[in-house]
Structures are given as C-alpha cells and as structure tokens.
Ligand binder design. Structure first.
Ligand code: TRP
Length: 336
C-alpha cells in the first residue's frame, strides 16, 4: 500500500505515576492494554513524575521509583522504538502548557474534581496548589500530542472530561488548536479488586499488604496472597451475585490466561476454592516471571535505559513544541 492511501493511525497518549510499586491491578487494567495498542496506533507513553510531587517525595526514593517504573514498563512490553516512552519532567513543554491551561480553567471546575476532594481529605496537612491544578497538567500532557484516544481507568474519567472542556473552550476562543480526545476504556481486566475486600479497587496504598499483588513481589509472596484471598461461603467457582471475591479471581484468571469466565467455570467444575486460588496464583506467577526477569536485566543496564528515555524525550519535545508554539502564537505572545 502506498503511503497516501494508507489510513492514518490514531494517536494515543497515556501516563502513569511512578509510585514505589506497580500492582497487578495496574498491569492488567492499564499496562497490558498499552502494550497491545502499540501495534495499531501511534502511541506515546510517559512516566508522570511531575504529577507525583503533589505529595511529598523522598528525593532518593523518588529517583529510584522513576527509574524502576521506566524499567518495569519496558519489561511489561512498552517498546520505546515503537512508541516514544518518556519521563514527563524531561519534556519542558508539559509544565509550560500546564501554566497556560491553568489560565483557561475555572476554580469551580477544579473544585468539583472528586480526586481532589478525596486527596485533600487524605492529605489534609498538605493541600497544595499543585494538587488542585493537577488536572490542567494532565490536560497539557494529552493536548500537546493532539491525542485522539486516552486509555485510562474510570477513576480518571472526570479529568478527561475536564480536558475536553478546556480544549473546547480554547478552540472556541482562538479557533481550532487542540484535537478533542476521547477516553479509551479497555473491556477486559479493567478493574482488579482488592484480595482482602473485593468491593474495593486493588490499591498499593492499602494498609493491608495482602490486599494487593506487586509486579515485583516474589513468587512465594504472590502465592501466599492468593491463598489468603477473601471469598464467600458458597463453594462453586462461577461468576455470581454476592461472590465478589470469586468474581475478582475469575476476572484475574481470565485477564491472565485469555480464557472466558465460562471456560474457567468449566475447568474448575467440582473443584473447591482452595484449588482455584492456587491455580490463579500460579497463573499470575507464570505471567509475571518473564516480566521480572526482563526488569532485572533493564535495571542493571542504566545506560541502555537512559539512551531510550533520552531519545523518546527528544521526539516528544519536537512534537509537543509544535502545539505549544501554535498556542503561544494564538494567545498573542511575541515569537522568539
Ligand atoms: N493522572 C493519571 C493517574 O493518576 C496519570 C496521568 C498523568 C495521565 N497524565 C496523564 C493519564 C495523561 C492519562 C493521560 O492515573
């Protein structure tokens, strides 16, 4: 096919914050999907380290977490040769556009963000302005690349809506400048629940470490956490109402093996929860094992990682600068 008849691939942008551990929930809900999308779209991905300082970070641990996140995402299959994968703070256009967008975002809009309300309750001693304007930085991330689609979890949906509103508002004042992005919500494995309270999302901030599985957890630890997973007093491995724990384990099994819940039910007919929990644990361990091996290779090869994130940042800067220049010109800034 010659180039001009080839259908133009859509642009995808997404980012994840570098926190100490990436959970099985992050992997099955987001990362695994990001990896798949690389074949069909022009993807750009980032480690959102600017967003991370809305809570206090210890410098040494923070630096390590950023690098670990980068290496781990690569180990999961993000390929910077295919999809630029950069570190947000390395591309200065993000912070610049965020400032501009702050001036086109209303106090009232930001006040209505449920994440802001939740986080200011959790960190009542540090309700900083960055926490408040977090969504305009996220909007900048997305709009700089004229992204068509943004793979996110439901918890980020409100931020994406705000991004669209900001973009529409700017376009309304200055003429077409930003592409209006749509959310992209994966159909399967999108939500992994806590192993201890399966009505809550799996989260590494859970005080009970048995509630979540980290991608870098040891195989024994993973097995132990699955064996302790909370289930119900029924004994059948099938999806059902009031069976949140089993539903969650079936969801995890399905996301890892690609089998449907019905196939899984058939596989475990006549077997008990104990067998099933062990099988889910083993399937997860097998899925994670090669990721951990690649992670260890990458993290011991810092020069290689550095070469990758530098090259990606250069590319991202070039692309995003075009949008930023357009924005500045439309507002009336003097060209440099
Ligand atoms: N706020 C997102 C989260 O916490 C991370 C993020 C930052 C993001 N910038 C983004 C996600 C841009 C999608 C697009 O999950």
């Amino acid at each position: 096919m010659s180039e001009n008849v080839q259908e133009k691939k859509k642009v995808i942008f997404s980012a994840i914050q570098p926190s100490g551990t990436i959970t099985l929930g992050n992997y099955l809900g987001a990362l695994k999907n990001w990896v798949k999308l690389q074949d069909d779209y022009h993807c750009l991905y980032a480690v959102a380290d600017l967003h991370a300082i809305t809570v206090r970070q210890d410098p040494k641990a923070f630096r390590q977490n950023i690098l670990n996140a980068y290496a781990l995402f690569m180990a999961c299959g993000i390929d910077p040769e295919k999809s630029p994968f950069f570190i947000q703070s390395h591309v200065h256009t993000h912070a610049e556009l965020a400032w501009v967008l702050n001036c086109y975002t209303q106090f009232g809009e930001l006040s209505r963000m449920t994440q802001f309300k939740d986080k200011s309750q959790k960190h009542a001693d540090n309700i900083n302005a960055g926490l408040f304007t977090y969504p305009s930085l996220m909007a900048a991330d997305i709009l700089l690349y004229q992204a068509d689609l943004v793979p996110i979890g439901i918890d980020q949906k409100q931020h994406l809506e705000l991004t669209r509103n900001i973009a529409e508002r700017f376009n309304g004042i200055y003429g077409n400048t930003f592409k209006i992005p749509d959310g992209y919500y994966a159909k399967t494995g999108a939500k992994v629940m806590s192993l201890q309270d399966p009505t809550k999302k799996m989260s590494k901030s859970d005080e009970n470490v048995n509630a979540w599985v980290g991608l870098l957890d040891k195989p024994e630890t993973i097995m132990k956490k699955f064996k302790r997973a909370v289930t119900d007093s029924d004994a059948e491995v099938r999806v059902g109402e009031g069976k949140d724990g089993i539903n969650n384990l079936i969801g995890i099994m399905s996301a890892v093996t690609g089998k449907t819940p019905d196939e899984i039910t058939a596989d475990f007919a006549g077997k008990g929860y104990g067998d099933f929990k062990t099988a889910v644990g083993e399937a997860v361990v097998e899925e994670i094992r090669p990721i951990q091996e690649r992670f260890n290779d990458y993290i011991n090869n810092k020069d290689y990682l550095e070469a990758q994130y530098r090259k990606s940042a250069e590319f991202a800067l070039h692309l995003s600068q075009r949008t930023l220049d357009k924005v500045m010109k439309k507002i009336g800034y003097l060209p440099k």
